[in-house]
Design a protein around this ligand. Structure first.
Ligand SMILES: [Zn+2]
Length: 159
């Protein structure tokens, strides 16, 4: 599409609203290489696009429980397991308005990556939402855990 030339060849990740209308696209390089040396990030946003919640439809479809993770592909994996999951890409993507979007849930599971940024991601959401609880990932992020132990390895963490 016009304006997307620089994202040619990358995976396009659509951000849809709760009626499946596109709001934005993010892009992911699928090559196993040094992305910086290639002049791009592993993930890329359109200019000026920040702080969006991925898969907001889950907020509308979920009952009392919602899952928040750091990556879009992590959210897709959790959704495949039947969980209602949104992603806030980047540990710094949490914004005050997201608190309102998650108000009313009796449990907010926060799947932060097992690193300092992930701990910060969990801490920010737990401070903002009293029903939020961090999930203790041990074998990498949600995707790594899924590849390592399958869906049961993820479900066991919230059992
Ligand atoms: Zn790359």
């Amino acid at each position: 599409m016009p304006g997307h030339d620089r994202f040619r060849g990358f995976l396009a990740i659509p951000y849809l609203d709760h009626r499946d209308q596109p709001l934005a696209l993010r892009f992911r390089c699928l090559a196993e290489h040094d992305h910086r040396a290639g002049g791009h990030g592993k993930y890329m946003s359109e200019t000026g696009d920040t702080g969006r919640m991925f898969n907001v439809r889950a907020v509308h479809q979920a009952g009392d429980v919602i899952h928040v993770c750091e990556g879009e592909l992590d959210a897709i994996i959790l959704a495949k397991l039947g969980l209602h999951a949104v992603a806030l890409p980047g540990a710094l993507a949490w914004q005050p308005r997201h608190r309102r979007m998650l108000a009313g849930f009796s449990r907010v599971w926060v799947w932060g990556d097992p690193d300092d940024a992930g701990a910060d991601f969990i801490a920010r959401i737990v401070r903002a939402h009293r029903a939020a609880k961090g999930v203790r990932l041990r074998h990498g992020d949600v995707t790594d855990t899924y590849l390592h132990g399958g869906g049961n390895a993820l479900l066991a963490l919230i059992a």
